[in-house]
Design a protein around this ligand. Structure first.
Ligand SMILES: [Zn+2]
Length: 607
């Protein structure tokens, strides 16, 4: 991390409007400037820059931050690189601290070694006789020379330590070889051997095109079929998307990314013209990869094989997608084929058709279910009910149910209604059964706020907006902040990131550093928090002109919370009654009554 001094200096001296203007056409809008966002596809501007606060934010894709964040993101630079660039531009003389320099140097050396290895493996593949085997393999897989060159494919010879020896001759040290993962110690622990032997090599690049790791595929029968660079300072598997360096511009242009699972799938699709394809690295989609993708688009199409574990995981990732406001569709590949084999057999035209028929998550799950249960048999109903119960969003659950009824109706519309009812009944019964074993006789209520409101998706739009308004007023206006925090405690906010920011504001009020809140954006380590704060700082506050604007919103939040609790308690009561586990003096009654009373008082106080 560069010294905080230089970060402060840059923030003070850089004119954010000037810096951003070099990339984006800004037009004035009140105190701020707006533009079409350079980080996602849009037709009306939702990208704002505030010269006063030194911040920018896009309300479309939720990217945001300070001037350093902007340069980092638009130029694809590391933090240190962005600092170096800006300080050069501003004529600030910057001497990185020794620790920063050491860190940078080590990173630089690893990159150099990887770069050297990319060229070494390429040389073996193309120029030597021993590369013939790998060239044959590429030929069989119909990978053209141009494509292989573009992906910088290579071949690791079937020898023990060729790379180890040659790289040392080129000036690299043993500890660097070990750290890069290109070499490993022998089992006896004395010598060094090459990690990749007799394998086709897929260099892995970061979005900026720097080689951070390698994947190797056996050419014979050996095991494992694929081998990757272990975790290194440069390479963290769960944060890597293969081919993103080649795909990122196409993803932005097309407004969509195609997600596949293997190196060969990505390469074949690029060769067939689907240049917006990236591959996950063996691991399922996770928050890290989703966040990386979100920088380029919020629409993805998943094209995983039918029998892959990744597909199953993706089908269970509805929450992940919703939380990141991703629009996800699924390609239905035929049994036994993967994108690579499919495109070889049916060409780009065939794959394009598949893409066009890609289905939403809900529809895709129903398709799967109906495929294995073509009729509403007892087993089919059971599977359907399990599927429906796993869909947490009520609207999605309903559309899933309707779709199932439709599919099972066998083209007889008069049957749909009855099927819907049957499904609905079965679902209710299932939920009742599910709840029973987990409930103890004690009347403890799980905190619905903690359990069901972890993401904004299940909270009604209006309530969410009320909370956002309060947060925006709190971070932008000191008087509002005081007032709000005197009426509501940080823990009462629904979203955990809002709770966290409210606590931060409260601390800033206490130590008189409220004015520095915009500067804090740079210091928050968590990207999600940073973006939330930059968004709130640039949000519109015109709602404040209404009478009791703040009180009204706090009421709405409280009321919503109470309603959730009351609903929970009522369900608990009904369940106890249904199972006859209730006595007249059961505390649940009293608790419920109290909640209802509180709700009534609330409505009276309210507007
Ligand atoms: Zn945007």
């Amino acid at each position: 991390m560069p010294d905080t001094n230089i970060v402060r200096l840059i923030r003070e001296q850089a004119n954010i409007v000037e810096v951003v203007s070099a990339y984006v056409r800004l037009t004035p809008s009140g105190k701020n400037y707006k533009a079409l966002c350079p980080f996602h596809q849009e037709k009306t501007p939702s990208f704002y820059v505030s010269p006063e606060k030194g911040l920018w934010h896009c309300f479309g894709c939720n990217a945001g931050g300070d001037v350093i964040d902007f340069v980092q993101r638009i130029e694809g630079l590391t933090f240190t690189e962005a600092i170096a660039k800006l300080s050069r531009q501003l004529g600030i003389r910057w001497q990185p601290s020794p620790a920063t320099r050491r860190e940078e140097w080590a990173r630089e050396r690893l990159l150099q070694l990887n770069q050297w290895a990319v060229e070494f493996y390429e040389r073996v593949l193309w120029a030597s006789e021993i590369g013939e085997k790998a060239r044959q393999y590429l030929f069989q897989r119909q990978i053209s020379t141009a494509t292989a060159r573009m992906f910088r494919l290579g071949y690791a010879p079937a020898a023990w330590d060729v790379l180890v020896k040659e790289s040392q001759e080129a000036g690299f040290q043993i500890n660097e070889l070990l750290q890069s993962g290109l070499a490993q110690k022998t089992r006896e622990g004395q010598g060094l051997i090459d990690r990749f032997r007799d394998r086709l090599i897929f260099p892995i690049f970061n979005p900026q095109g720097e080689p951070i790791g390698f994947g190797g595929r056996v050419l014979g029968d050996g095991e494992p079929k694929y081998l990757n660079t272990p975790e290194t300072p440069l390479f963290q598997k769960r944060k890597v998307l293969y081919a993103l360096n080649l795909a990122r511009n196409a993803i932005r242009e097309k407004g969509e990314a195609i997600l596949v699972e293997g190196y060969m799938d990505a390469i074949s699709l690029h060769q067939a013209g689907f240049t917006n394809t990236v591959a996950t690295m063996g691991t399922a989609l996770n928050t890290d990869t989703v966040q990386i993708l979100k920088r380029y688009t919020n629409r993805i199409v998943i094209a995983y094989d039918r029998d892959s574990a990744g597909l199953n995981a993706a089908m269970r990732s509805a929450d992940l997608f919703r939380m990141h406001e991703l629009e996800v569709r699924f390609v239905d590949l035929p049994e036994g084929s993967d994108p690579d084999s499919f495109v070889r057999e049916f060409g780009a035209v065939g794959f394009r058709e598949l893409l066009e028929r890609a289905e939403s998550l809900t529809k895709f799950r129903v398709t799967w279910l109906v495929r294995s249960h073509p009729k509403p048999s007892p087993e089919g109903l059971q599977a359907a009910v399990r599927l429906l119960a796993s869909v947490t969003d009520p609207i999605e659950q309903k559309s899933c149910l309707q779709l199932l009824a439709e599919e099972w109706s066998g083209g007889q519309p008069e049957r749909i209604g009855a099927l819907e009812q049957a499904l609905h009944r079965a679902l209710l019964q299932y939920m009742r059964q599910q709840r029973q074993p987990s409930q103890t006789t004690k009347s403890t209520f799980p905190d619905p706020i903690a359990t069901s409101l972890a993401s904004s998706s299940v909270i009604p739009q209006g309530i969410m907006q009320a909370e956002r308004d309060l947060m925006a007023a709190m971070v932008q206006d000191k008087e509002c902040a005081r007032k709000i925090l005197s009426m509501i405690s940080p823990d009462e906010f629904l979203l955990s990131r809002h709770q966290e920011l409210a606590r931060l504001v409260s601390a800033c009020l206490e130590d008189e550093s409220f004015a520095d809140l915009p500067a804090l954006v740079a210091e928050l380590g968590d990207e999600d928090l940073r973006q939330t704060l930059s968004g709130l700082l640039l949000s519109d506050l015109s709602f404040l002109s209404a009478r009791n604007a703040l009180e009204d919103r706090i009421q709405r939040l409280r009321r919503y919370k109470l309603e959730q609790i009351a609903r929970h308690q009522r369900a608990e009561l009904l369940r106890k009654m249904a199972t006859g586990q209730i006595s007249p003096d059961d505390p649940t009654f009293k608790v419920w009554q109290e909640t209802l009373k509180a709700l009534k008082t609330q409505s009276k106080v309210g507007v």
